[in-house]
Structures are given as structure tokens and as C-alpha cells.
Design a protein. Sequence first.
Length: 72
Amino acid sequence: MEAIKIKKRITSDTIHIPELQKFMGKNVEIILLELPGKKIGKPKTMTKFISASGKIDIDEKAVADLRNKSIL
């Protein structure tokens, strides 16, 4: 079974969702859940994260140590 998650703001009772094209002709279940207090779109934190790229010094040894400690 294949599933997708789409976040959209409903602005009309006619919804166009291109991601559903692969489901044409198939039986599907559609569930709508309201996301209270959340805005749809690129979060500001992601924009800030991307803009910080290349501006942060990373201690590669500390990262390697954390990776080694997290191995199960």
C-alpha cells in the first residue's frame, strides 16, 4: 500500500492536487485533518537554516565521536 502526505490550505471546495495523479482509477481513502495553528509553506526556521549554510564551524571530531557513541 502506498501513502502520501500533502499539506495544503483549503481555499475552495474544488481542490486540485497533482500528487493524486498516480492514484487515478484506484480505490483510495481520503482523510482530512485540520492542523490547528500551523501555517502551510516553507517555515521561517528552514529559511534561516539554509541561509546559515557555510557560516557555521563544525567540530568534525565531536561529530565523529557522537556517531560512534550512537552505534547500537
